[in-house]
Design a protein around this ligand. Sequence first.
Ligand code: IMP
Ligand code: MG
Length: 173
Amino acid sequence: MRSELEVLYSEEQLAECVARLAEQISRDYADRDLAIVGVLKGCFIFLADLVRHIRVDCTVDFLGVSSYGRRQNVDGIVQITSDLTLPIRDRDVLLVEDIIDTGLTMRYLMDNLATRRPKSMRVCTLLHREGSGECHVPIDYTGFKFRDHYVIGYGLDYAGLHRNIPFIGYKTE
Ligand code: IMP
Ligand code: MG
């Protein structure tokens, strides 16, 4: 599999990008009450790298999500498979995603978390696939924007596999 992969973002590019995002977040959240919420499973590697560069106090919690975006299901069904363990009321929530495509998953999660009355809510995504239409979510921190390819690696999967590839790539042919 790895030999058939085209590298889209190398380990070096990812490390640089993560450090840049963490720098912006550290600046913006100085003197705030930062509650990081990672969207599983895809975020796990990105988030692990990101938080180690964040220089302000923060808690880290996770939401487990199964999404069936436009590719698989016209209804864009999103299911929360495991919920937060910490309250977010009156806190400054930063949602962290691996990739935003149509935005359906993030829209659903933001609507859900808004009912728990956080003080603020922002979105950080490593990747944003542009041109998929209907992204109704404001993205505050974006790593890379790209088009077209279905990508794997650095936490992103295809059918549950390939999350362990250290760079982000796509299948050729
Ligand atoms: P959205 O709801 O259309 O924004 O889709 C977002 C979700 O679909 C992400 O959280 C991923 O789990 C999955 N996804 C979308 N594109 C890709 C991809 O290129 N590789 C791996 N997962 C993807
Ligand atoms: Mg995801």
